[in-house]
Design a protein around this ligand. Structure first.
Ligand code: AMP
Length: 357
């Protein structure tokens, strides 16, 4: 169990690490960020910073000596160098969760084997596999690289069999999965936290809208029944249990027109669709993660307000002076110097009606 004054090590220095660090401060915990960049959003707010590569085992070992627990802001951190830290410092969530979610084939197989529905999928490791894959999933389908895909990167839609080989060439003939295209009614996510003592708490699931594969808005409450929300929360709980997970976890779901839930993916970390919890819940997803990895009680994650979170992408953040003047609006800017197209620069959370009963 961590004590006030102890230090949390975070691998990665983006906005998620920045908001985790900001959540640790009121609890009296310090943060040491380890990131490959010379300059990153979390460096501005952390007590200690190290610039180092994620595959530099020596630098990681030096970092590990300065902290009481190590956590991550991204699933795309190589696990092999981290494995050498096991036994020297506590890693939370467990490395297995990271390794599993780095590979879409392993991730989807794991979820399906738990008896939780996923879209039909089939592995593709060579152009010859494509025909069998299309026979399995049908068309339209989405071809996704097994590794290092996020925000729609490394994925391409196939609508006609004749396009399949071109699509596989477009993702560089890398190992992939073909997944049935789901004509979903809406997308939701469950953000939940699990403690080392198997305690569990879930936030109210937001409804998420993506534009160009990037999250645009998350809205609570979602337009789904409470029984569907419960079903999604129970599926998330089973996933977290099976991974012996400690920390905040997110599971993204498609909701079909028939009210069926299909898991799209697991994020072994705090999630963009949970940013509204900072102002609209008693304990945020960031604080819940810090509490979980500190082996403290997870806290009361009930929602206090309806809310809409809108991402500020690329040039959107240029409107900060207009946004800061709006009532019931919380502006978050991540301190990134350059606004590139598609880059998450900040977000706003607009609070609606009080909801705590
Ligand atoms: P991903 O990178 O897999 O999370 O995908 C990003 C977004 O692309 C999802 O949130 C969906 O909006 C869309 N998408 C991904 N896979 C599918 C699918 N099989 N069917 C329909 N839309 C999808």
């Amino acid at each position: 169990m961590l004590k006030p004054g102890d230090t949390i090590g975070i691998l990665g220095g983006g906005q998620l690490a920045r908001m985790l660090t900001l959540a640790a401060a009121p609890l009296g915990l310090k943060v040491h960020i380890y990131a490959p960049e010379e300059d990153c959003p979390a460096f501005d707010v952390a007590a200690r910073r190290t610039t180092g590569a994620f595959d530099d085992a020596h630098a990681l070992a030096v970092f590990a000596k300065t902290v009481d627990v190590v956590t991550y802001e991204s699933e795309n951190i190589p696990t092999a160098p981290l494995a050498s830290l096991e036994g020297k410092v506590r890693l939370s969530p467990p490395l297995r969760a990271l390794a599993l979610t780095q590979d879409r084939l392993h991730e989807k197989t794991f979820i399906r084997d738990l008896g939780i529905a996923v879209p039909p999928f089939h592995p593709v490791s060579s152009p010859a596999d494509l025909e069998a894959a299309i026979a399995h999933t049908g068309l339209p389908a989405v071809l996704k690289t097994r590794r290092f895909g996020y925000d729609g990167k490394g994925q391409t839609r196939i609508t006609a069999a004749a396009d399949a080989h071109g699509a596989y060439a477009a993702i560089g003939h890398t190992p992939a999965i073909l997944e049935a295209f789901v004509p979903f009614a809406c997308e939701i996510s469950v953000i939940a936290a699990r403690g080392h003592d198997a305690s569990f708490t879930a936030f109210d699931p937001p409804e998420n809208v993506h534009r160009h594969h990037i999250l645009a808005t998350s809205t609570v409450p979602a337009t789904i029944s409470s029984s569907l929300a419960d079903q999604a929360i129970q599926a998330t709980r089973r996933i977290a249990e099976a991974l012996e997970y400690v920390g905040t976890i997110a599971v993204e779901f498609f909701v079909t027109g028939d009210g069926e839930l299909l898991v799209n993916e697991i994020a072994p970390r705090v999630h963009n669709s949970g940013h509204w919890t900072i102002e609209a819940c008693l304990v945020s997803q960031f604080e819940a993660h810090i509490r979980a990895i500190a082996h403290w009680p997870l806290g009361d994650t009930r929602r206090t307000h309806d809310a809409v979170m809108t991402n500020l992408i690329g040039d959107d953040a240029g409107q900060w002076d207009r946004l800061i003047a709006q009532p019931a609006t919380h502006l978050h800017l991540y301190g990134k110097r350059h606004a590139r197209a598609g880059r998450k620069m900040g977000h706003v959370t607009r609070l609606g009606r009080p909801s705590l009963t």
